[in-house]
Design a protein. Structure first.
Length: 626
């Protein structure tokens, strides 16, 4: 060929003509040795096709060194890019089905490309670094494993447990899942790389890389006063700034009392041994919003259930905040309820809390209907403003403005018995409120979504005290749900029962009796409570056949039940018109059973399939004015 002329290369074989569309073989092979099951591979396929692999280009040498590879796809770099931490999960991928994510962690020299293993089978994290954080100077890396914080020397790869000798826990002591508990998190590295900051349940600790004694930066004040203290960076961060926390300057802390849920801000000087100083405090939800780049001007928000989170201007002393927005003015024309915390003991004697929301103009001499809504721990939201908007969960502001008391109890769990755990906590919380004298015991309803929906379905199989119940996206049968798929991620659901939220703690094959004990459908004949079930046909977390199983079990046993399927919706309602539709249908359901309102047409006679479009239009017109 002529020099310089581009050459066209052809394959010697003639490409076969594509098969006709109706002759194509569309096959997925699920192989028992696959790392990830086919649904996970499908979800990840687009990202894998377009994956890029990070590397380092040495400008002076005009040389490129690949760091991430198909075998070690994730990498995070030191600030000078001379070192990197990479992760390889290939040996552990099948464990995602039932146990969680694990990674081998490697140190990569980006000058040579050589890598050496730092940690084998580190639990958690599918992201770059798997939770291993390199110091700003690139000499150290810290990570959490087996309930403690560890430090790696980049120079020789050795690792030390840095918190084993301290007499406080750095793992979540209240975590009641069957899997190993996670940490209370960290604030990150100090800018000088001589220390890093981590949290126990209450306080902030400074851990020094030279092995000198760790320092409780908050002087134990958090533990002493039952306040969670956490570092809040308030200085504007620019891309060119050095990474890390400047421990030569005072640190601002967010604070939340673990009993009253009061919040505020403190300040502490890491260079002294003095306890933190309180700057701002109150029975509200205070949040940091931002700071001016060139002036000592900060914005915070302050809210309660009955107070919109308006913006307040202050300085770094947090003194005399001045309201600078007027979003709360729109509340003045409406009746608004109030919120408070109550304490109660569950059937096992454990002290718990609940949020209690009362209607506007509350009269303790009256008897009110009550709606009980739950998930796990929710009382910490008692001071949150609840915007009145439609959705798949009951909106507290909507229900209190319609004359309901709303109870939001905390739930703690015994491994192997999540259903009974929910029953013990919810009924004890209800008893505590009923004892206050303003609840009509015959007009109490339950509601929950997803895990809360499961708990609703279980509770009504164990007691007849509730007049109505709504279960959104519930698991009705753990024995069939165990080997289902979470279609949004493609993950098998086995991990959820063995290690995670469903808290069985054993496989279906080791303990079938626990799966049966905790499955509502095996106790369905006991149900007397009318049930409203929401489960959508494209649910990407809980397969919607679970809602069908629950509904058909109730129907077969002659129980009052309604299943709402918003076509094409996922685990929660996303489309606003569907949110509005369900919000009103749920309110009508509870108004009928808890307030004696007439049953709407859809409850009395159903919606024939061929009339559903007309019914939805009629329903929309009837509720648009509300």
């Amino acid at each position: 060929s002529k020099p310089g002329k581009p050459q066209e290369e052809r394959n010697a074989e003639t490409a076969a003509a594509p098969a006709a569309a109706d002759e194509k073989v569309l096959l997925d092979l699920w192989h028992y040795k696959d790392g990830f099951v086919q649904p996970m591979q499908k979800v990840q396929a687009n990202a894998e096709r377009n994956r890029s692999y990070a590397g380092v280009f040495h400008i002076s040498e005009k040389r490129y060194v690949p760091v991430a590879t198909p075998e070690m796809a994730q990498a995070s770099f030191s600030d000078d890019a001379l070192k990197a931490v990479g992760t390889d999960d290939r040996a552990y991928r099948s464990r995602v089905d039932y146990d969680g994510r694990y990674n081998d962690v490697y140190l990569v020299d980006t000058t040579t490309g050589r890598k050496s293993q730092l940690i084998r089978a580190l639990r958690g994290g599918g992201f770059a670094g798997a939770g291993v954080q390199i110091s700003p100077d690139g000499q150290w890396a810290m990570y959490f494993n087996d309930k403690h914080w560890h430090l790696i020397s980049i120079a020789d790869g050795t690792s030390r447990n840095m918190t084993a000798r301290l007499n406080v826990a750095f793992h979540d002591e209240d975590d009641d899942h069957p899997e190993p508990p996670g940490s209370y998190r960290s604030a990150g590295w100090a800018r000088d790389s001589k220390s890093f900051l981590v949290y126990d349940k209450f306080d902030v600790w400074q851990i020094f890389v030279d092995g000198s004694d760790a320092k409780n930066l908050t002087a134990g004040l958090g533990r002493k006063e039952n306040i969670e203290l956490r570092v809040q960076i308030i200085e504007p961060v620019e891309p060119e700034d050095e990474r890390g926390i400047d421990t030569a300057k005072p640190l601002t802390l967010t604070a939340e009392h673990q009993t009253t849920r009061e919040t505020g801000f403190y300040r502490v000087d890491p260079g002294s041994n003095a306890p933190p100083k309180r700057l701002l405090w109150g029975p509200k939800r205070f949040r940091y919003a931002g700071r001016a780049k060139e002036a000592d001007v900060l914005l915070i928000t302050a809210s309660r259930f009955d107070e919109f989170p308006d913006l307040y201007s202050t300085d770094s002393s947090f003194s005399s905040p001045r309201k600078v927005s007027a979003g709360g003015d729109q509340l003045k024309q409406f009746q608004w309820g109030t919120s408070e915390l109550i304490s109660y003991r569950n059937a096992d004697g454990k002290l718990l809390q609940a949020g209690l929301y009362k209607p506007a103009g509350f009269d303790p001499g009256k008897k009110y209907p009550m709606l009980v809504y739950y998930y796990e721990i929710m009382s910490n939201g008692v001071h949150n403003f609840v915007e009145p908007r439609p959705g798949h969960n009951p909106n507290f502001s909507l229900y209190t403005s319609n004359g309901y008391v709303v109870l939001n109890p905390d739930i703690v769990y015994e491994i192997g018995h999540p259903g009974q755990s929910a029953l013990k906590c919810v009924t004890a919380a209800v008893d505590a409120v009923v004892a206050m004298g303003f609840i009509d015991e015959k007009r109490i309803g339950l509601a929950g979504h997803s895990w809360g929906g499961y708990q609703t379905a279980y509770i009504v199989t164990q007691t007849t005290r509730f007049a109505a119940a709504e279960a959104g996206a519930p698991v009705g049968n753990m024995t069939s749900a165990y080997s289902g798929i979470r279609w949004g991620s493609g993950m098998p659901r086995q991990f959820q029962y063995e290690r995670n939220q469903s808290r069985i703690g054993k496989t279906l094959y080791e303990a079938p009796h626990l799966y049966i004990e905790n499955s509502p459908i095996f106790h369905i004949q006991r149900v007397t409570t009318p049930m409203l079930i929401l489960h959508d046909d494209q649910d990407d977390a809980v397969p919607w056949y679970q809602g069908i199983e629950l509904f058909l079990a109730l129907r077969r046993n002659g129980k009052e039940a309604y299943l709402l399927n918003y076509n094409g919706e996922l685990h929660g309602l996303r489309r606003r018109h569907n949110q509005k539709d369900f919000t009103w249908r749920m309110l009508q359901f509870f108004d009928h059973h808890l307030k004696g309102a007439p049953a709407p047409d859809w409850m009395r006679q159903g919606i024939p399939y061929i009339e559903r479009e007309e019914e939805k239009e009629r329903f929309k017109q009837a509720t648009d004015g509300r």
